[in-house]
Design a protein around this ligand. Structure first.
Ligand SMILES: NC(=O)c1ccc[n+]([C@@H]2O[C@H](COP(=O)([O-])OP(=O)(O)OC[C@H]3O[C@@H](n4cnc5c(N)ncnc54)[C@H](O)[C@@H]3O)[C@@H](O)[C@H]2O)c1
Length: 257
């Protein structure tokens, strides 16, 4: 694996995808971003693919990947960051159209893009893919299709890694905790989520920054992680480590003296 070639970032116009595209472009990679609502990134050399690219549409993905390689050369890195959040509901109120939308974009879309790009990488025997899953895929919560989709992303990451390993393609996932994107800030501002309730279970007592997720993704794409494939790396400020401590009275606030 080398750092030549193009990195494709889905969902690159906003949030974690935008932070990742910015970091990789600043590190000197040639980065192309695609999005269903394409918007350029300011002050970075990342290239915007101007046509809307819906990861859940097989024709958009298959044609889009071919056109991007024709315009910008072989894709050697892929970041599957496009996604939609789950709606919070009791089970009886889950609408199946919403279920289908979350599964289609978050799970089926991740598979479609990974397959379209990964088969090309496998033929060239060179590539690294990072799928953005979520701690929601490792825990439970009232976001039913989303948790199932993200658990599926963690699972297909292993399957793709095993399938393409002998073809020189590595596939890994990152699982962000609650990450301070504009979308999450808006949910906090509207009162739908509480910043304190999101931060309190984490060992570090805070939200994750988009650039912290981007740094983990950049490592998994780089030759520095050449021996790593099929893993799911939580970037969660210690949410998984800390979230069971409420049962024991909560996390300690001060050093023991
Ligand atoms: N922010 C968090 O707290 C958090 C936590 C865990 C996992 N994640 C995951 O990280 C990924 C990025 O989320 P984010 O927080 O940056 O959200 P975001 O809304 O800021 O960015 C998501 C981007 O994906 C694009 N997108 C949505 N549907 C698409 C489609 N069908 N095709 C192409 N692009 C599409 C959006 O236009 C947007 O630019 C998602 O998979 C999300 O589930 C986010």
């Amino acid at each position: 694996m080398n750092v030549d070639g193009t990195v494709l970032v889905t969902g690159g116009s906003r949030g974690i995808g935008a932070a990742t595209a910015t970091l990789l472009a600043d590190q000197g990679r040639r980065v192309v971003i695609v999005d269903i609502a394409p918007e350029p990134l300011v002050a970075t050399p990342a290239i915007l693919w101007p046509a809307p690219f819906d990861v859940a549409s097989e024709s958009d993905v298959v044609a889009g990947v071919a056109d991007i390689e024709a315009a910008h050369g072989p894709i050697t890195g892929l970041v599957n960051a496009a996604g939609v959040f789950g709606r919070m509901h009791r089970i009886g109120r889950v609408r199946m159209e919403q279920w289908d939308r979350e599964i289609n974009i978050d799970l089926r879309g991740t598979f479609l893009v990974a397959r379209s790009v990964g088969e090309r990488m496998a033929r060239r025997r060179n590539g690294a893919i990072v799928n953005v899953a979520s701690i929601a895929g490792m825990t439970s919560g009232p976001i039913h299709a989303y948790t199932a989709a993200k658990a599926g992303v963690i699972q297909i990451t292993q399957t793709l890694a095993a399938d393409w390993g002998r073809s020189g393609v590595r596939v890994n996932a990152v699982s962000p905790g609650f990450t301070r994107t504009a979308a999450l800030e808006a949910a906090i501002a509207s009162g739908a989520l509480s910043k304190d309730l999101l931060a309190r279970p984490t060992a570090l007592n805070r939200l994750v920054e988009p650039m912290e997720v981007a740094q983990a993704i950049a490592w998994l794409l780089s030759p520095a992680s050449s021996g790593v494939t099929g893993i799911n790396l939580p970037v969660d400020a210690g949410f998984i480590a800390g979230s069971t401590w409420a049962a024991y009275g909560g996390l300690p606030e001060t050093p023991e003296v």
